[in-house]
Design a protein around this ligand. Structure first.
Ligand code: SF4
Ligand code: SF4
Length: 499
């Protein structure tokens, strides 16, 4: 007996269906099939994950996916979702796994902050008629700048990264996503003047030509890390933690470790790629310092070194230590950050919202007079340009986005990335699925998305009477809270609307 009822129901309009078989051929979850006579298409609702591939490919719009309405006796505590999860674990005895981000209804503070706009005095600026600067530089800034008697700068600047937008594409490894998905991001990054991030899986040889727009990661598994990999990048990112799964390592199942993935990661094909929870050579801030400076030494002090942590309870103190250890850029990933695979319980219950973490960290670094010694990059489910503008006003130098560009590529948020069956060719290594995503055709969509956001950011800046994103950084006067408690306002460092 199957104790688990389906989540979704396929409603097929018999008048419209022409039995072309496209849904049968395109669904990697095996939902659709022909009956014995080969004429009528049937559906196994229990397998549907609502990826919407069949809806998109059906030439006659014959398919609708609806929520499977099965009446449960109402219970505020033992909800249908809670019961389904218990049944699943009773059946499998395993840890529940999920892809993508935390989908619990925790507060989204971006939606509880409002931006300012100029009226009468300090007039607003029209970005269509006047220059508006969103170019962003990442890297340690000196305490002061000195000039010689001829006016030439004497201060030697630490390596800086120039971005044409404060938006970068965050770490998604080859393995967790397909080569075609990574290449789409690399092409878009190059066109936009920004960076993509290899994630912890090394660099596919097909992406070597994109070193000028690549961030390369050094994670606990050290997959694919060698001198040429470090050299072929704009900056290096040491990954300590990830917002979707703080405190635990990663696991790429052997079935996703194809020959290509194994070559990039420098591990045997078919073997599970397990990143340990800690780096086995880092047990203190001094150990981290040693790795930061080893990577700087290995790249002849030409590249900034970033450290990525998850937003957790005492992140302000952690970031202060990481800054003092020599990191040039600190990346902080909030608990709504996405992932290719994470234990559901960790994803949904560990970490804190990026909004609160960012405000606390920026304030701490200012209080300690070391804010200029690092750039702050934050991530964790930025949904639109307004979220990003608010993050910059709270103190971020730049942001990383991942889910939004994946949606631009076709992702329908079915949260099945961990199964390796992504029907849109993104979170999969199966050749018949990856070929559905053509990087050359897809990257203009990602460029469009970020260009639209750039334009919206300029409009918001202009509306505030600012003509550069630098004037907004950490400018919390431009934010007001709505419906927040005094404690939340205090942590965010903003006044309530009306004040
Ligand atoms: S893709 Fe549409 S028309 Fe073709 S078999 Fe499936 S439901 Fe019918
Ligand atoms: S990447 Fe693919 S598998 Fe993951 S949520 Fe998006 S559509 Fe689903």
């Amino acid at each position: 007996m199957n104790y688990i009822v389906p989540e979704f129901e396929i409603v097929r309009n018999a008048r419209r269906c022409i039995s072309c078989g496209k849904c049968v051929e395109q669904c990697p979850y095996g939902v659709h099939s022909f009956d014995k006579d080969g004429k009528t298409v049937l559906a196994d609702d229990s397998k549907c994950v609502a990826c919407h591939r069949c809806v998109a490919v059906c030439p006659t719009h014959a398919i609708q996916i609806v929520k499977y309405e099965d009446a449960y006796k109402p219970h505020a505590n033992w909800t249908p979702q809670v019961q389904k999860e218990i049944l699943k674990q009773a059946e499998t005895g395993g840890v529940l796994l999920s892809g993508m981000s935390n989908n619990k209804p925790y507060p989204i503070y971006w939606d509880k902050m409002l931006l300012n706009a100029s009226q009468v005095t300090n007039p607003s600026i029209d970005p269509l008629r006047e220059p508006m600067e969103i170019r962003t530089y990442l890297g340690r800034k000196p305490d002061k700048i000195e000039f010689d008697e001829n006016g030439a700068m004497k201060t030697v600047m630490p390596p800086q990264i120039r971005l044409e937008t404060p938006i970068m594409f965050s770490a998604m490894s080859f393995g967790s996503i397909s080569f075609n998905a990574q290449k789409t991001l690399a092409l878009a990054a190059r066109e936009l003047g920004t960076l993509f991030n290899t994630g912890e899986g090394g660099m596919h040889p097909g992406l070597k030509e994109f070193g000028d727009c690549a961030v390369v990661q050094v994670a606990s598994g050290r997959f694919g890390v060698h001198k040429a990999y470090l050299d072929n990048s704009r900056f290096i990112e040491i990954k300590i933690g990830q917002g979707a799964k703080p405190g635990i390592g990663g696991h790429l199942p052997g079935e996703k470790v194809t020959v290509e993935v194994s070559n990039a990661r420098m591990i045997p094909a078919g073997s599970d790629a397990i990143s340990p929870a800690p780096h086995h050579d880092i047990y203190s801030i001094e150990d981290l310092r040693q790795l930061i400076w080893s990577l700087k030494e290995a790249t002849e002090y030409q590249k900034p070194v970033a450290v990525k942590i998850a937003a957790v309870h005492n992140c302000a103190a952690i970031v202060s230590g990481v800054a003092r250890a020599g990191a040039d850029i600190i990346v902080m990933d909030g608990f709504r950050g996405g992932t290719g695979a994470a234990p559901t319980r960790i994803r949904d219950n560990v970490g804190i919202p990026i909004e609160l973490a960012l405000a606390a960290v920026d304030q701490r670094l200012r209080d300690e007079s070391i804010r200029n010694s690092v750039s702050l990059v934050v991530s964790g489910s930025f949904r639109n340009s307004a979220d990003i503008v608010k993050a910059i006003a709270l103190g971020a130098d730049a942001v990383y986005v991942a889910t939004a560009p994946l949606i631009a590529m076709g992702c329908h948020m079915c949260q099945q990335c961990h199964t390796g069956k992504c029907s849109w060719g993104i979170a999969t290594q199966r050749p018949e699925l990856t070929e559905r995503l053509n990087p050359e055709e897809m990257y203009p969509r990602v460029v469009n998305l970020i260009s639209a956001w750039n334009h919206e950011m300029k409009e918001m800046l202009g509306g505030m009477g600012l003509n550069s994103i630098d004037s907004l950084r950490g400018n919390r006067l431009m934010l007001r809270g709505i419906g927040l408690t005094d404690k939340e306002l205090e942590i965010l460092g903003i006044a309530h609307a009306g004040e």
